[in-house]
Design a protein around this ligand. Structure first.
Ligand SMILES: [Zn+2]
Length: 194
């Protein structure tokens, strides 16, 4: 079974709204030094949405501590951006999923459709196959997923688990929200918070 991304501007606006909530949670917590966090977003040019995103929709929401001598950056988790990858997280997941499944789509076809070259797609697959399963996040998180059925291949099984139980927009949001702890700098080392 293949799962497509909802192809509407409202889907990306929806994801942005989720990111704003995640950012607000982080802002309220403040800096570990006791300082307050001020807005310090950084502009990005994410690829793969299949439609023109506004400047605001393309921002990676982030903060900076206002206390002299600290000034640390605090970047909240995101449902739109996966680490430093240029492509939107949902695209990285979707394309990797399409390479797996019962009848994997050809790299060339995916490359044309999403504009990611072969070596990029190969890197994403290495990420899911070799790096992701080793993360503390996944080691903890998978225990909570036993009810979703057997996780045979990543990220295919994950996408299938979330998308087969929910309408597309909601399923994607829940999956991206689930994966959001790995999206912060150094996040591949962090643990699940709940
Ligand atoms: Zn601080």
């Amino acid at each position: 079974m293949y799962h497509e991304l909802p192809r509407t501007a409202s889907f990306w606006s929806f994801l942005l709204a989720v990111d704003e909530d995640l950012a607000e949670e982080a802002r309220k917590q403040g800096c570990p030094c006791g300082g307050s966090l001020h807005c310090a977003n950084y502009p990005r040019k994410p690829r793969g949405a299949g439609l023109e995103l506004t400047e605001f929709q393309s921002l990676r929401l982030s903060f900076c501590c206002d206390r002299d001598g600290c000034r640390k950056r605090a970047t909240p988790p995101s449902v739109r951006f996966l680490g430093r990858k240029v492509y939107l997280g949902a695209i990285v997941i979707l394309v990797s999923t399409m390479r797996q499944g019962p009848t994997p789509r050809r790299v060339r076809e995916l490359s044309i459709r999403f504009g990611a070259d072969e070596s990029t797609i190969a890197r994403w697959q290495i990420f899911w196959r070799e790096h992701f399963p080793q993360t503390p996040f996944w080691k903890v998180a998978r225990a909570g997923l036993v009810t979703l059925g057997e996780i045979k291949s990543l990220p295919y099984s994950l996408v299938d688990a979330f998308l087969s139980r929910h309408p597309p927009s909601e399923g994607w949001m829940l999956l991206l929200r689930f994966l959001s702890p790995i999206t912060v700098p150094g996040g591949l080392q962090i643990k699940v918070s709940q």
